[in-house]
Design a protein. Sequence first.
Length: 98
Amino acid sequence: MNIDWMAFVIVFAASLGSAAVLVALYSLGIRFLATPGPKVMREDGTYEPDGPSRDDEDDDVDDEARPLWATVAANVCFALCVIGVLGGIYLIVPALHS
């Protein structure tokens, strides 16, 4: 029995790289969803306070203040994650491409 070690290294590197890319895309999408809206400037040039500290575990994130570009970027990141996962499933399951 002869093991092709180069093929093993290629599969290992590809799986490690794709896992890192998918995790990075997912975390970037979550970060985009947590993007706060712009601060409101008062007439005297100062900004409105952010409100109470967000130390509670059960506090809600305000969606309405999130900019549209952040929502679109998050959805693009999540869509790329789905495409990557479905592509990996396609490569793993031989019945899908035989």
